[in-house]
Write a protein that binds this ligand. Structure first.
Ligand SMILES: *Cc1c(COP(=O)(O)O)cnc(C)c1O
Length: 345
């Protein structure tokens, strides 16, 4: 069994990180003359806390983890990229990913010159566990699973994810961006059982904060220390830290949004299922629906004409004919339904 240290790239294992002024002195004090900041309080003249200590305490109080098990990034995109840079030697090592899934893993891999071995889901969008494990060799550093999966919308079986966690000897990245919408439980409560598990969550979906760019990675202290060592020193700006902190005082607001979106999802499923050109609406544990139609491109273009934008996923593996439709506000969903009711008439 490999440990984190074995898995790291040599250049990261020995890295001495940049030491910022705020790294060297962190206590409360009246006069800061150490960072060449402008002294006039505007009130953004000071560098932010590089480790977002207060914000992390608030997040872990809600999520149930230790602050030392949490990394905050500029969206989930940042920890995805940092994981490649920490663990995968460009041009030499590889990762394994399911197919279809979220496009960012491939982009981050391409930027880092890492081969992605893609393993098709089964026809009913489940994990092909033997094929995933077979795709791994001694150069496979990470395995990406997204559950609920984008764009298919389903959650994977807990037992299948556990089998992968127990049998893959590398970093398992479990992307739970849509977990707030799912009836399935997060893997966060069992994080400590799996020292090589990284769980990604985000403020961009259920929390309604895509604009402030804040993503979370939960993992063992050892992995979090590595990510913190290689990130840009001040990766989360003051405005984002403040806004997120305010938001975390109103968890009930997030829960109410989720409840309303789930109720709207039922309505949209009901409306779509009446349409002759809709062949299948896949079960969804997320805030979007994957919908199989006979004319995805024509329907997409028709909706664009009506100023309604959905996502054409028809060229994606296993998604032939499919559009991905986000659940909007009640008014937006009504506009979608009215437009689709007029299609082909
Ligand atoms: C939307 C989404 C995210 C969130 O990305 P951010 O960079 O945090 O906005 C992460 N993973 C998946 C699968 C997503 O669909």
């Amino acid at each position: 069994m490999k440990n984190i240290n074995d898995l790291l790239r040599d250049c990261i294992r020995g890295l001495k990180p940049y030491s910022s002024a705020r790294d060297e002195y962190t206590g409360e004090v009246g006069v800061f003359l150490d960072a060449n900041e402008n002294p006039f309080n505007n009130p953004y003249n000071r560098y932010p806390d590089p480790y977002q200590r207060k914000l992390k305490e608030k997040i872990v109080a809600i999520k149930g983890a230790k602050a030392s098990q949490l990394f905050l990034g500029n969206g989930s995109d940042e920890p995805i990229d940092l994981l490649f840079r920490a663990f995968c030697e460009p041009g030499v090592e590889n990762v394994v990913s399911i197919n279809p899934t979220y496009g960012m893993y491939q982009v981050a891999a391409d930027i880092n010159n890492i081969d992605v071995r893609k393993v098709l889901l089964t026809d009913d969008f489940e994990l092909d566990v033997p094929a995933l494990l077979n795709a791994c060799d001694d150069k496979t550093k990470m395995l990406f699973i997204c559950s609920p999966n984008n764009p298919t919308g389903n959650s994977f079986k807990k037992e299948d994810i556990e089998t992968i966690l127990s049998n893959f000897d590398g970093i398992v990245v479990l992307d739970e961006a849509y977990i707030d919408f799912a009836p399935e439980k997060s893997f966060l409560p069992v994080l400590e059982q799996y020292p090589k598990l990284v769980i990604l969550q985000t403020f961009s979906k259920a929390w309604g904060m895509a604009g402030i760019r804040l993503g979370m990675a939960f993992a063992s202290e050892e992995i979090i220390r590595v990510l913190s060592k290689i990130k840009y020193p001040y990766n989360i700006n003051i405005l984002t830290q403040q806004k997120a902190s305010e938001l975390l005082d109103h968890v009930a607001g997030k829960d109410a949004w989720v409840k309303e979106i789930l109720a709207e999802r039922v309505k949209v499923i009901d409306g779509l299922s009446q349409l002759s050109f809709v062949h299948k609406i896949y079960p969804s544990d997320a805030n979007y629906l994957l919908v199989k139609t006979d004319q995805p491109k024509a329907i997409y273009n028709y909706l664009v004409d009506k100023q309604i934008i959905v996502r054409d996923r028809s060229s994606v593996a296993l998604c032939e004919g499919c559009l991905r439709i986000t659940i909007g506000s009640p008014d937006e969903n009504n506009q979608l339904m009215d437009a689709l009711a007029q299609y082909n008439k």
